[in-house]
Design a binder for this molecule. Structure first.
Ligand code: ZN
Length: 347
């Protein structure tokens, strides 16, 4: 079968690999019908060293169950399923608390090399299939597939940013980042009733989609100027919640600049830094809290899927390009060049 491998920065190839197959009684074999390239795939695409490769890519996919191990009970051959970007058993004490990304099962984890599988491929062996996979009540060619695919990561991650940020009806929110996660953090803040949603982003086609998703204001300036603009929009005080969907230190500093006393900085952009200010001059002085982390996308699927099925939300609008597997390397480059927001893959 064919799969996407990253050999190093800027070097993505689609190659023949051994066919995925059931190995454990808790596995399912899924034939991929839709997957995509993630903004987080762009970090290794920018910086991966050749000695760390090749790595199988893709952690967001929908597909048809082709085979199941003897212990799998919740999905069966022929089911259309979505896989979140973390493998989990959905039964341990962390999963029961809705923190599937901290699942205690030894086979739990991310699609990051263990197992050697990935969603940007023709098929995937899914460990802990009962916990990880969720059946979808539509056909593989449904027009809802792009929106349902966002349940695997970007919608759940944007929603997690808003939930961890404590967003509700009395909240003013700043979203930093106009990538797919930032835009779906806007949609999520709107869904949770936020009173004001300020989107910080510079790419007009994206910020227009952000307005369609519920942003009340757009600030294109960055740094000090951007912070000033948000403060002007909020009576000088900043916002209760800041949803940081980038991961650069400059985005963290921007978050510090626009968060209101007593507020929360909720980070879902994978931080590209290990150290950041948290002391008297940054978080402590005004009781500012730091929240966020890898989103337990699995925890939100049952809550968010009905809104997609009912057409209340259309998160699939973040896809602005579609390709087959052959076009995946070009898809990475288009996203790295910010020519595409998010590329849908139909293997
Ligand atoms: Zn678990």
């Amino acid at each position: 079968m064919r799969a996407t491998l990253m050999y190093g920065a800027g070097d993505v190839r689609v190659e023949d690999v051994p066919d995925s197959a059931i190995e454990q009684p808790t596995d399912a074999l899924v034939r991929v019908t839709a997957s995509c390239v993630c903004g987080s795939d762009l970090w290794p695409y920018a910086s991966m060293k050749p000695e760390d490769g090749p790595a199988r890519m893709g952690h967001e996919f929908i597909g048809i169950v082709e085979d199941t191990g003897s212990e799998v009970t919740t999905v069966k051959r022929g089911d259309l399923v979505v896989a979140p970007f973390a493998i989990s058993d959905n039964t341990c004490e962390f999963c029961r608390e809705g923190l599937h990304t901290s699942c205690a099962h030894p086979q739990a984890g991310f699609w990051d090399g263990e197992p050697e599988e990935g969603g940007q491929a023709e098929a995937v062996r899914v460990p802990l299939a009962d916990g990880t996979l969720v059946k979808l009540p539509v056909a593989a060619d449904s027009a809802l597939v792009p929106s349902l695919l966002t349940l695997s990561d970007v919608l759940g991650t944007g929603y997690h940013a808003a939930v961890a940020g404590g967003v509700d009806e009395r909240t003013r929110v700043t979203v930093i980042g106009d990538g797919a996660v930032g835009l779906l953090a806007v949609l999520s803040a709107k869904r949770l009733g936020a009173e004001q949603i300020i989107l910080m982003g510079r790419h007009e086609a994206r910020t227009d989609l952000g307005r369609a998703f519920g942003a009340t204001d757009v600030v294109s300036a960055r740094g000090e100027e951007g912070v000033e603009a948000v403060r002007e929009l909020t009576g000088g005080h900043g916002t209760h919640a800041v949803l940081e969907a980038v991961g650069h230190m400059s985005a963290y500093e921007q978050a510090l600049g626009v968060v209101r006393p007593g507020g929360v900085i909720s980070r879902v952009g994978v931080p590209q830094y290990e150290e950041a200010p948290i002391g008297f001059g940054s978080l402590f002085r005004h009781n500012i809290r730091l929240a966020g982390g890898p989103a337990p996308a699995r925890a939100y699927i049952e809550e968010l899927m009905p809104d997609i099925l009912d057409g209340v939300i259309e998160p699939g609008k973040v896809f602005d390009a579609t390709t087959d597997l052959d076009g995946v390397p070009a898809g990475y480059q288009a996203m790295a060049d910010r020519k595409s927001l998010k590329v849908l893959i139909k293997p």
